[in-house]
Write a protein that binds this ligand. Structure first.
Ligand code: PEP
Length: 254
């Protein structure tokens, strides 16, 4: 998409076993080279991250799927951005719609996701910052209101320079894990609106540079057309990684 590099992310959610991770790593390590101008980053559960760092080819980067709102301390069960950085990670996925929803617990609101993002950037990580509307919000014509509400607290606290560490992952919730994909035209329209919002609320410079990934049932069959759109700078591909393969004939994991 235009002159921006591609960012292809994977998010295998709370899936996987030691054996399935070993198998995936072997497949990825045996696959061909990553296309030029493309970064590939896999989001794994915390427990699998050390394995990946030790065994996965180094040109595929590893991301966590969450990080804490706080620094280290008495926060049982949390994993801090500083600890991810210390382990050798470059990336974290934040604000995924499943975390915003909350799995029956209190979900993460936009201010909290923005605060986590700021902390992660302060600690030296890059963030795939997920946004996106639900089905009823798209049907009500409020897609951009929802995306703006999700980005606004971040725009308030990040400096222009800090935006270099953010990739916006636009993931319409109705397309995640459903097999329903936004058409390239629909996705492009929303991506252009998101970029326009960044121009108006951050700066034109950041809007021109920021990568906007599309997520939501992206696969080997539809990735090419989506990635051909001007404002689509990559993908975020979810699901159980046992169904993933890495093919370099298209861009990134399928
Ligand atoms: C995701 O969880 O970020 C995602 C895009 O999932 P899927 O590719 O399964 O729709």
């Amino acid at each position: 998409a235009s002159s921006r590099p591609y960012l292809i992310g994977g998010n295998w959610k709370a899936n996987g076993t030691v054996a399935s991770v070993e198998k995936l790593v072997a497949e990825f390590n045996a696959a061909g080279p990553i296309p030029p101008n493309t970064d590939v980053v896999i989001g794994a559960p915390f427990i699998h991250i050390p394995m990946l760092l030790n065994t996965l080819r180094p040109d595929i980067k590893v991301a966590a799927q969450n990080s804490a709102l706080t620094g280290t301390g008495a926060h049982t069960g949390e994993v801090c951005a500083s600890q991810l950085k210390d382990l050798g990670l470059e990336w974290v996925i934040l604000g995924h719609s499943e975390r915003r929803e909350g799995f029956g617990m209190a979900g993460e609101d936009s201010k909290l996701v923005a605060d986590k993002t700021k902390l992660a950037i302060d600690e030296g990580l890059k963030v795939m910052f997920c946004i996106g509307e639900k089905k009823e919000e798209r049907e009500a014509g409020t897609t951009m209101d929802v995306c703006a509400e999700q980005m606004a607290p971040l725009a308030e606290i990040l400096s222009e320079d800090e935006w270099a560490n953010v990739s916006i992952a636009y993931e319409p919730v109705w397309a995640i894990g459903t097999g329903l994909t936004a058409t390239p035209e629909m996705a492009q329209e929303t991506h252009a609106n998101i970029r326009q919002w960044v121009a108006a609320n951050v700066s034109q410079k950041v809007a021109d540079a920021v990568q906007i990934q599309y997520g939501g049932s992206m696969n080997g069959g539809n990735a090419k057309a989506l990635l051909a759109e001007n404002d689509i700078d990559g993908g975020l591909i979810g699901g159980d990684h046992s169904s993933w393969s890495f093919s370099t004939s298209s861009t990134g994991p399928e």
